[in-house]
Design a protein around this ligand. Structure first.
Ligand SMILES: *[C@@H]1O[C@H](CO)[C@@H](O)[C@H](O)[C@H]1NC(C)=O
Ligand SMILES: *[C@@H]1O[C@H](CO)[C@@H](O)[C@H](O)[C@H]1NC(C)=O
Ligand SMILES: *[C@@H]1O[C@H](CO)[C@@H](O)[C@H](O)[C@H]1NC(C)=O
Ligand SMILES: *[C@@H]1O[C@H](CO)[C@@H](O)[C@H](O)[C@H]1NC(C)=O
Ligand SMILES: *[C@@H]1O[C@H](CO)[C@@H](O)[C@H](O)[C@H]1NC(C)=O
Ligand SMILES: *[C@@H]1O[C@H](CO)[C@@H](O)[C@H](O)[C@H]1NC(C)=O
Ligand SMILES: *[C@@H]1O[C@H](CO)[C@@H](O)[C@H](O)[C@H]1NC(C)=O
Ligand SMILES: *[C@@H]1O[C@H](CO)[C@@H](O)[C@H](O)[C@H]1NC(C)=O
Length: 402
């Protein structure tokens, strides 16, 4: 009741009628969920100094030590990789490693990547803090749907079952108020796949709208580097080559490769002195990397949201632009694939190319539900979650819904 009073008070101040804020479920992007592991391995594996057994689950992602010191990095890469089975087309954990995603439904594990709330590892925290000021309440009207971001939607069945329940539970918990799904980056593809597979009846009943931040609707050229050379992305400060086996093992990396809906066979994405690779040359690319399973992994995921189908719920498609973003990777003589490539830039949000960010725009004409989009000049891929301007826009969307 205090919440309702507070909201009504704000809305009366702005001379609107009284209404309940729509509950929001936050869905993180690549690397944006806290993940825990428990070890019970039959041997130490290649790194004798890594733990073989742990008593209980511990935070493996993000563990500050393992992203700044070399030894824990080796252990991270060894334990946090997935193992692809090219017969079943499924991934599993390495022998003796058990993984769980803590805090599903709560906001803590998506607000903070470290359980110690290490300030530099805040994720949705700034947004949640702002939402609380608008009358939101953590775990009641703001909820979190963390997932194992290493996997693609074709392996997230259990997550989707849990997410369906979470949406319904949140709706009933809040006096039958429809739920807003707010996702960042990869999380948007995970949610799009989810919505594409829900009945229209279910969506009409439970979903108020889908707010998308920095979605790589058609993949991103930057993601190719993770697979080819390794990438010390975002918070990992480790050497790129060390991270590569782990990044290659994640089917979400294959899922984020540029798609042939947005790039054509004349556009070089990877340039080497010997050979150029376009979106049509992925099979050759994986062959030249001696990583033929990689092509199978790509084939498994390439059709999950390609071609893009509208979610058929109200959409607010938000993204940054006007920033240098890799449009092509150029390898000098001897650099392919183990050395750092040079980027050739184009427009985007620093991580995702503009054509991919704008991939949602045709939905305006492809669905009957309202579609809104907004480009934020100069706001980067990660900044868009925390920036005052984008947060201000989200506020206007959430507090002005009828
Ligand atoms: C660890 O693995 C061993 C052998 O695989 C098994 O016997 C033991 O019960 C396991 N321990 C735990 C705590 O799961
Ligand atoms: C599947 O994996 C096995 C074992 O790693 C390998 O020998 C085989 O060549 C792979 N098959 C294909 C089709 O890539
Ligand atoms: C939210 O729920 C999680 C468990 O999912 C709990 O750990 C956390 O303390 C709760 N936060 C608040 C603010 O109630
Ligand atoms: C789904 O929920 C069940 C029951 O709470 C839990 O055991 C399981 O780990 C969850 N799975 C995922 C992928 O979130
Ligand atoms: C729930 O919604 C109904 C209909 O809008 C309203 O009459 C009722 O007061 C609401 N109850 C609460 C607890 O907010
Ligand atoms: C690769 O593409 C660049 C320009 O995109 C071109 O100049 C070069 O000749 C091509 N190299 C090969 C080996 O085809
Ligand atoms: C792939 O394997 C071949 C044959 O063993 C080798 O000559 C080549 O250098 C390898 N390429 C890479 C990128 O490792
Ligand atoms: C993009 O890169 C070019 C060339 O390096 C530079 O001149 C330009 O200022 C950069 N633009 C932005 C927005 O950073």
């Amino acid at each position: 009741m205090r919440l309702l009073y507070f909201v009504c008070w704000i809305l009366i101040e702005s001379s609107t009628h009284c209404k309940q804020l729509p509950p929001v479920i936050l869905v993180p992007g690549d690397g944006g969920s806290r993940i825990e592991a428990r070890l019970n391995k039959s041997s130490h594996g290649p790194y004798p100094l890594c733990d073989q057994r742990t008593k209980d689950f511990y935070v493996i992602w993000v563990n500050i030590a393992s992203v700044v010191h070399p030894l824990p990095t080796d252990c991270l890469v060894e334990n946090f990789r997935l193992v692809y089975n090219n017969k079943t087309h499924r991934t599993s954990y390495p022998e003796g490693v058990d993984i769980r995603v803590p805090g599903f439904g709560g906001t803590d594990s998506v607000e903070w990547l470290s359980d110690t709330h290490f300030p530099k590892l805040g994720y949705f925290h700034e947004l949640a803090e702002n939402m609380v000021k608008w009358g939101y309440v953590r775990n009641k009207t703001i909820r979190g749907a963390a997932y194992d971001f290493r996997r693609s939607p074709n392996e997230l069945e259990d997550y989707y079952t849990n997410l369906t329940k979470l949406v319904e539970e949140t709706y009933y918990m809040n006096n039958n108020t429809k739920v807003v799904l707010l996702a960042h980056s990869l999380g948007n593809l995970v949610i799009l796949y989810f919505l594409n597979h829900q009945s229209q009846e279910w969506k009409d009943k439970y979903i108020r709208s889908f707010i998308t931040l920095g979605a790589p609707w058609g993949g991103s050229v930057k993601a190719l580097r993770m697979i080819v050379s390794g990438d010390n992305v975002n918070i990992i400060t480790v050497a790129a080559l060390k991270a590569r086996p782990m990044q290659r093992s994640m089917t979400s990396s294959a899922f984020l490769m540029p798609t042939n809906q947005f790039w054509n066979k004349f556009e070089v994405l990877i340039q080497t002195p010997k050979r150029n690779y376009t979106v049509n040359d992925y099979q050759q690319l994986f062959k030249d990397l001696n990583f033929t399973d990689g092509f199978l992994m790509r084939e498994d995921v390439e059709g999950l949201v390609n071609p893009l189908r509208p979610p058929n719920v109200e959409v607010h498609c938000l993204y940054g632009n006007g920033l240098n973003t890799t449009g092509k990777w150029v390898y000098e003589e001897g650099a392919f694939p183990d050395k750092r490539p040079k980027p050739v830039d184009e427009d985007g949000d620093q991580t995702v190319n503009i054509r991919s960010l704008e991939g949602c725009l045709p939905w305006k004409h492809l669905q009957t539900q309202p579609f809104h989009s907004k480009a934020f000049q100069g706001i980067g891929h990660v900044d868009i979650i925390n920036h005052g301007v984008s947060i201000g826009y989200i506020k206007s969307v959430l507090t002005n819904l009828d």
